[in-house]
Design a protein around this ligand. Structure first.
Ligand code: NDP
Ligand code: ZN
Length: 351
């Protein structure tokens, strides 16, 4: 079969390899709609997960089941399914401890395009199909639904990690597709004021649609200074980090009130250390919590989140700025993600 792969750090291209085998609990799925992720860029061009050879990329997909293993109960060939980016081993010790995304080791619930072939292929393998797939409801557009693989769960997890409460003031740093879903998550969780940090006009417009009340451009100066000015020096109750780099944490700590929480979902592709400013962290006693996490995946999460689309509480369609048709355009879509033109939020490829 054909697939678009990481050939080695810094290089990607088309390859052919044998089709995957279906184990008794597994499924083989043919992609219908896929999307590239900023994480694919970190993986190939920053070597963020280390060296990989001929590993098929992609972890965002809505597809059709082609084959199921003998022990799969709830899915059959022909079913249209939402495939989460994170497909845990549900019988692992880590999953029993409530951290399924780390099943088998830190971050190891993230299998596609990390530790096995991803979804930019004619066919791909899903472990634990009953635990990880969700049926795509008839009425949900598969193009919107592909945002359920990663953008929606990751962005909303930022709001969960930051533990947003009714009336909180929230700063969302980074308003690419992930941060935009964090803005939506903050609004759904009852934030009063939402400060959105970004610069691309198309993202700023979408941020307002998802509930941002104020926009801050990080290119106009230090973002902690800007937020502190806007809040008369008080800062915000919660910060979600969905963009920036290792230095962004210092800004987040500086703009956070004592007792506040930072929820990070940004993937730190470069830099050895995250530095925390001592004085603004209350010399270690400021009750400023820093939480960071990989999105939770699996079937239940997908079923719950698709119900937000069905009930029209969340409309992911504002994220999709570029649509391509045909597998051969996966490369073009990925390169768009790499170059991040100012008109881009998220591209999708319909196969
Ligand atoms: P984008 O690159 O589309 O968005 C990044 C955002 O950060 C943009 O709004 C950008 O602004 C802004 N930004 C860039 N530099 C700075 C800076 N120095 N200070 C403040 N803001 C800045 O990324 P995505 O939304 O696609 O993804 C966000 C991150 O989430 C990525 O690192 C991705 O790998 C990660 N991720 C994490 C997952 C998880 O499970 N935890 C899963 C999926 C993705 P501008 O408008 O100028 O572009
Ligand atoms: Zn991703």
């Amino acid at each position: 079969m054909k697939g678009y792969a990481m050939l080695k750090i810094g290089e990607a291209g088309w390859i052919t390899k044998d089709s995957p085998q279906c184990g008794p609990l597994d499924a083989l799925v043919r992609p219908l709609v896929v999307a590239p992720c900023t994480s694919d860029i970190h993986t190939v061009w920053e070597g963020a997960v280390g060296e990989r050879h001929d590993m098929i990329l992609g972890h965002e997909c809505v597809g059709q089941v082609v084959e199921t293993g003998a022990l799969v109960r709830d899915f059959k060939p022909g079913d249209r399914v939402i495939v989460p980016a994170i497909t845990p081993d549900w019988n692992s010790i880590e999953a029993q401890g409530g951290f399924s995304m780390h099943s088998g080791g830190m971050l190891a619930g993230w299998k596609f395009s990390n530790i096995k072939d991803g979804v930019f292929a004619e066919l791909f393998h899903v472990n634990d199909a009953d635990g990880n797939l969700a049926l795509l409801p008839e009425k949900v557009d598969p193009v919107s639904a592909v945002m359920l693989s990663d953008m929606i769960p990751t962005g909303l997890h930022g709001a969960e990690l930051a533990d947003i409460r009714f009336g909180d003031s929230v700063c969302v740093i980074g308003i690419g597709p992930v941060g935009l879903m964090s803005v939506a998550g903050a609004a759904l969780r009852g934030a009063s004021r939402i400060y959105a940090v970004g610069s691309r006009e198309v993202c700023v417009e979408a941020a307002r649609k998802y509930g941002a009340t104020t926009v801050v451009n990080y290119r106009d100066g230090d973002i902690a200074d800007q937020i502190n000015d806007l809040t008369s020096g008080r800062g915000v109750d919660r910060v979600i980090i969905a963009g920036g780099d290792v230095d962004t944490f210092a800004s987040a700590v500086r703009m956070l009130k004592p007792g506040g929480v930072i929820g990070n979902v940004n993937y730190l592709g470069e830099g050895e250390y995250v530095r925390i400013p001592r004085a603004e962290w209350g010399a270690g006693m400021g009750h400023k919590t820093i939480a960071g996490g990989l999105m939770p995946g699996g079937r239940r999460r997908m079923e719950k989140l698709v119900s937000l689309i069905e009930s029209k509480r969340l409309d992911p369609s504002h994220l999709i700025t570029h649509r391509f048709q045909g597998m051969e355009n996966i490369e073009k879509a990925l390169m768009l993600m790499k170059d991040k033109p100012r008109s881009l939020i998220k591209p999708v490829v319909i196969l």
